[in-house]
Design a binder for this molecule. Structure first.
Ligand SMILES: Nc1ncnc2c1ncn2[C@@H]1O[C@H](COP(=O)(O)OP(=O)(O)O)[C@@H](O)[C@H]1O
Ligand SMILES: [Mg+2]
Length: 358
């Protein structure tokens, strides 16, 4: 019995949002940068497409690949959109579950919810072909952040989650399980280990921010709304100055540095030049922050008629960058942090912490 689209939506709807490939708007190219992650996802989705034809052989090997991918890094860096975009590209339906909706303070309900959503998705995958179950905020399962207060209950939820994943993998069902988290440190390490692929997302560096800004401006121009050329000119001048200082600094230090290494680059830029442009403003902004700033700017443009540098700059400034908030939380929660880290947001921003020790 194959499931109809309506049945899938109806039955999974109480756990999350189901997107059929044709309903997904974003494309892989809309998420700029992230080249290596895209390559790995490309391989993963290709394999997922062929998985069904190979299942019998794969089972014989007793080495069934575990179809699990964990995406981690700050909010607004493309984790959900990129996965959805790949679902569209490879024509595989996806269900995005807000994990905290599965978590219930009622004893046993969390476990039941997790089992239900995974088993139902597995059944859909078995009957209809490849399917993706995406657990957003997966750290909510089995972290103290979740609203289960009893430690034993948290453990049981995690164990149950792992068991149900193992079962699916063992059976060779073409169900891919994705997890996304902004709090990789709070993620239960057993869950971390259970995922085969770990893809780290980061705040965009200045080169990528420029590309993202330009692509949003291009969309505005494509809709026949005026964009002042001075925005592009100023971006070009700004990036050339930064690149030059970046190269000189690397030569001086004798090693490559990233924009986010201890604020070395920006200290140097600030010392050597009077740069005060969009790329400096947007340190620690996610792609999503830049998008939001552009929307705010566009609102203003509705009555001014043209996107000017000032409108754009002020709007981006108004929305602010996610790193500020992420960092504030980190500072509040991590007692081991030095005062230095609270100096300025540019400082240690996107040191989006590595994986938990395993
Ligand atoms: N690298 C990027 N290039 C272009 N747009 C981006 C990029 N990263 C994020 N965005 C924008 O931000 C939006 C939200 O990203 P999302 O996938 O929800 O982030 P996350 O799941 O990591 O919180 C995307 O739909 C996209 O418009
Ligand atoms: Mg998301």
């Amino acid at each position: 019995m194959t499931y109809s689209d309506e049945e899938i939506k109806d039955r999974l709807g109480k756990y999350g949002s189901v997107y059929l490939p044709e309903e997904i708007i974003e494309s892989v190219d809309d998420i700029l940068g992230n080249r290596v992650k895209k390559e790995r996802l490309e391989d993963f989705f290709k394999a997922l497409k062929k998985y069904e034809d190979m299942i019998e052989q794969l089972k014989k090997t007793k080495l069934n690949p575990n179809l699990t991918v964990l995406l981690y890094g700050p909010p607004g860096t493309g984790k959900t959109s990129l996965t959805r975009a790949f679902s569209k590209k490879y024509k595989i339906p996806i269900c995005v579950v807000e994990s905290d909706r599965l978590v219930s303070p009622l004893l046993g309900d969390t476990i039941k919810n997790i089992r239900n959503v995974v088993e139902l998705s597995a059944d859909i995958a078995e009957e209809n072909g490849a399917f993706i179950l995406f657990f957003d905020e997966i750290d909510a399962i089995g972290s103290e952040r979740s609203n289960i207060h009893e430690v034993g209950e948290i453990k049981r939820a995690v164990i149950s989650f792992l068991q149900v994943i193992d079962k699916i993998n063992y059976e060779g069902v073409p169900l891919a399980i994705f997890g996304a988290t902004n709090h990789q440190h709070q993620l239960d390490s057993a869950i971390w280990r259970r995922f085969t692929f770990h893809l780290k997302f980061d705040f965009p560096d200045y080169e990528l921010r420029k590309t993202i800004i330009e692509s949003f401006l291009k969309k505005i121009e494509d809709a026949d709304i005026g964009v002042d050329d001075s925005i592009y000119d100023k971006l070009d001048i700004e990036i050339q100055k930064i690149q030059k200082i970046h190269r000189q600094l690397e030569a001086k230090l004798g090693r490559e540095i990233s924009e986010f290494d201890d604020n070395l680059l920006w200290n140097e830029v600030n010392k050597k030049s009077d740069i005060n442009g969009l790329l400096k403003l947007t340190i620690g902004y996610s792609g999503s922050d830049i998008e939001r700033g552009t929307r705010v700017a566009l609102f203003k443009v509705i009555h001014t008629g043209i996107m000017t540098y000032n409108i754009f700059y002020n709007s981006l400034q108004l929305v602010g960058g996610t790193a500020v908030h992420v960092q504030t939380q980190d500072v509040l929660s991590a007692s081991s942090r030095s005062e230095r880290s609270s100096e300025r947001y540019g400082n240690d921003t996107p040191k989006t912490s590595g994986p938990p020790e395993i």
